[in-house]
Design a protein around this ligand. Structure first.
Ligand code: TYD
Length: 201
């Protein structure tokens, strides 16, 4: 069954849209699981703690990248593959594209190695559709939280590179780019329109 992923920088409103979409599937009696990255499994949540702990300021970008990939490998193996095989819709709050944007572009590791390792980690399980909720720098600054994890503590230049990464990859057919500065109901309508069209609902 379909794998649907959500991408975007912090504050783009992914979580709200995911809750609304889950509710939409529930009302239609369609089975649906939601997982978040990094995390989503017991092992993955432990990896998440290491990754987001602001005390871990010495982390090498390669370590960071491999930990995200490790958490993702576990999630695919333990949750995503079985759920897809049992015929459920699966919604993911971040997936491979987060690593391409944040580690590949933001940290400068490059797209090639990120995709190569991720294809290994995910056993080539690719999303059927990816919603990229796009906001601009100004909106990002406005919505920025007071309490920040290790990655959110990065400066605006880092986020600009992440945005650049998302903008480059989001031109491929798998992506639906949505202007996430608008009202959340309007965004949701755009998402549902695509879901209904792509999956004949
Ligand atoms: P997340 O829990 O999604 O934070 P939020 O709910 O605020 O969006 O992700 C935590 C941070 O990890 C977020 O700043 C993005 C970053 N991240 C990466 O850098 N690479 C990745 O592969 C993933 C999945 C997340």
């Amino acid at each position: 069954m379909p794998l649907i992923t959500f991408e975007g920088v912090d504050g783009c409103g992914k979580s709200t849209q995911i809750l609304m979409l889950k509710d939409y599937f529930d009302k239609k009696n369609l089975k649906c699981s939601v997982f978040r990255e990094p995390g989503g499994t017991v092992i993955g949540e432990k990896i998440r703690e290491i990754l987001l702990d602001s005390q871990n300021s010495k982390m090498d970008p390669k370590t960071e990248f491999l930990l995200f990939a490790a958490s993702r490998a576990q999630l695919v193996y333990e949750k995503i593959k079985p759920a897809l095989e049992s015929g459920e819709f699966v919604i993911l709050d971040r997936y491979i594209d987060s690593s391409v944007a944040y580690q590949g572009f933001g940290r400068g590791l490059g797209k090639k190695v990120v995709i190569f390792i991720n294809e290994f980690a995910t056993q080539l399980v690719y999303p059927d559709v990816t919603f990229y909720l796009e906001i601009d720098e100004k909106t990002f600054e406005m919505r920025r939280k007071e309490k920040r994890d290790r990655i959110e503590l990065e400066n605006i230049d880092f986020i600009k590179m992440v945005m650049q990464g998302y903008s480059e990859i989001s031109s491929s057919k798998r992506f639906v780019k949505i202007d996430a500065r608008s009202d959340q109901n309007q965004i949701f309508r755009a998402i549902i329109k695509e879901i209904e069209r792509r999956f004949n609902l």
